[in-house]
Design a protein around this ligand. Structure first.
Ligand SMILES: [Zn+2]
Ligand SMILES: [Zn+2]
Length: 315
């Protein structure tokens, strides 16, 4: 097949070359600056200001300083752990395994040994009540990387009220800097929703499961830890979205490097094409931007292609 509808093969070849975008080595579109008016004003502790701040690489740069309480404005937090084996899915949150999202209801808890092919699981008492961490001490004992022995076989949840005095400060570059070299972020954050709640790297499910504990997310993909308070590990469509003028997926937040994060599916339900390793690509309207991973992937963004700002939590 040398010609399609009369177009010479050479032209077709050039077209194919120009559209091989997945490994965006260099950007061809303009980079959009961060728009601070997208953030939900009610969640801000103070007005957004500009300040020169360090980035993960390269020189210091002008950043937006965004100071918030990491508490969503658009939705309730929880529930996470059901309390009885007879509880339906409305009494619990979600969990993910192998790319799939599961409702954490009483049935899931009673079945979990089978689910993970490990008979050591038993998250419930003989009367059918589920062992859930209750106090701040219990949640912190169970939420550590090295789970204390007495909290093995617990459904772990920390209440937002334990950390209500946490204040989160984000610095994101006003004009994102594309680096063309992906950065894996193991700790810290990948970005934030417009309500100021952070998008975290993947939950450390291996450590959690090894201790036969479960730390469910609520239906909005969030849960609470002692370090950053309420945070998301999945994007499920609960938070503020900025609709686009074309069919493109709505914007849902900013990565910590200042590039926009968009939902996965466009308005027709189609996934984006030509994404790089970090889930990013570019187009004429939005410049370089990311798309959030599927909820079951435990990965909102796999990595960053820009110089990252910083998140600082004070309490
Ligand atoms: Zn977490
Ligand atoms: Zn896109």
């Amino acid at each position: 097949m040398n010609q399609i509808k009369g177009i010479p093969a050479l032209v077709l070849m050039l077209l194919a070359l120009s559209s091989c975008g997945p490994k965006a080595q260099e950007l061809t579109e303009a980079i959009l600056p961060v728009n601070p008016s997208y953030f939900i004003q009610e969640n801000l502790v103070q007005d957004i200001t500009k300040e020169v701040h360090r980035l993960s690489v390269g020189p210091k740069a002008e950043c937006y300083k965004i100071v918030v309480k990491s508490v969503p404005h658009e939705h309730q937090m929880g529930p996470w752990c059901p309390t009885h084996l007879e509880d339906g899915k409305e009494k619990g949150g979600i969990w993910f395994e192998n790319g799939k999202v599961y409702d954490v209801d009483g049935h899931f808890i009673s079945n979990i040994g089978e689910f993970y092919s490990d008979a050591k699981w038993k998250l419930y008492n003989d009367d059918g009540s589920i062992k859930v961490t209750q106090t701040q001490e219990e949640c912190e004992g169970a939420a550590k990387p090295n789970v204390e022995e007495i909290y093995h076989n617990y459904c772990v949840e920390c209440q937002p009220s334990f950390y209500h005095d946490h204040i989160t400060t984000y610095y994101i570059p006003v004009n994102p800097v594309y680096r063309n070299r992906a950065t894996k972020v193991r700790r810290g954050i990948m970005g934030l929703a417009f309500n100021g709640v952070n998008f975290d790297p993947p939950a450390p499910t291996e450590a959690i499961l090894k201790a036969h504990t479960l730390a469910p997310l609520d239906d909005c993909g969030g849960h609470v830890n002692p370090h950053t308070g309420y945070h998301y590990h999945a994007v499920t469509g609960c938070t503020k979205e900025i609709p686009q003028n074309d069919q493109h997926a709505p914007m849902i937040g900013y990565a910590i490097d200042g590039f926009g994060i968009y939902a996965l599916l466009d308005t027709a339900g189609n996934p984006p094409t030509g994404l790089d390793a970090c889930g990013g690509h570019e187009d004429a309207l939005r410049g370089y931007h990311y798309h959030a991973g599927e909820a079951g992937s435990n990965q909102i963004l796999p990595c960053l292609n820009g110089a990252a700002g910083e998140m600082i939590v004070s309490h």
